[in-house]
Design a protein around this ligand. Structure first.
Ligand SMILES: [Zn+2]
Length: 177
């Protein structure tokens, strides 16, 4: 049995795993790491419970935030939240604007298995006018050197919803250029 093929790039290791099921990853220090493909499947039944309107909203092209129902507080969140973090009162839903700005961002050169093939990709914390918290999402259609804090972005929604946070992402807002 020949030794598995060796590669310097993990992307090439992944390709080889798809072909033969094993490969050697030669890391920056020259160590040879045997990597094997070992698939397993798990079905996870997950209830969004009180967060459900947020994910149903994504399928309709809406971003729903949570607003504290206390008249003296009224804190507005960019994410689902059943009770106010500031005063503890219940919240109700409101529609966030589609447009926001990059508050902070990062470019990921590694990711969990589901996203590994899409690296490098950008994640941004997006801020909205008159909203007190941030929404984390993918930032597409731009590369690392083009992104800056305060950059106007606009939400895009999938037309094939899977009821996941990846049903929404952001792109540069061309109307601000
Ligand atoms: Zn409150």
């Amino acid at each position: 049995m020949p030794r598995p093929l060796a590669f310097d790039k993990f992307r090439d290791v992944q390709s080889e795993l798809g072909r033969s099921g094993s490969a050697i990853f030669r890391d920056a220090q020259g160590s040879e790491n045997l990597v094997i493909r070992d698939p397993y499947a798990i079905e996870y039944i997950h209830s969004y419970a009180e967060d459900s309107p947020f994910f149903l909203g994504l399928a309709e092209g809406k971003l729903l935030g949570s607003r504290c129902t206390s008249g003296s507080c009224g804190f507005r969140y960019a994410t689902p939240r059943s009770n106010c973090m500031v005063c503890g009162e219940p919240t109700d839903w409101f529609e966030l604007p589609k447009s926001g700005r990059v508050h902070s961002w990062t470019t990921c050169h590694f990711g969990s298995e589901a996203f590994l093939s899409e690296t490098p990709y950008n994640l941004a914390l997006v801020e909205f006018d008159k909203v007190g918290s941030l929404l984390l999402g993918r930032l597409k259609d731009c590369t690392e050197p083009e992104i800056y804090v305060g950059m106007p972005v606009v939400a895009r929604f999938t037309d094939r919803p899977k009821y996941r946070i990846t049903d929404v992402w952001f792109v540069p807002d061309q109307t601000h250029r």
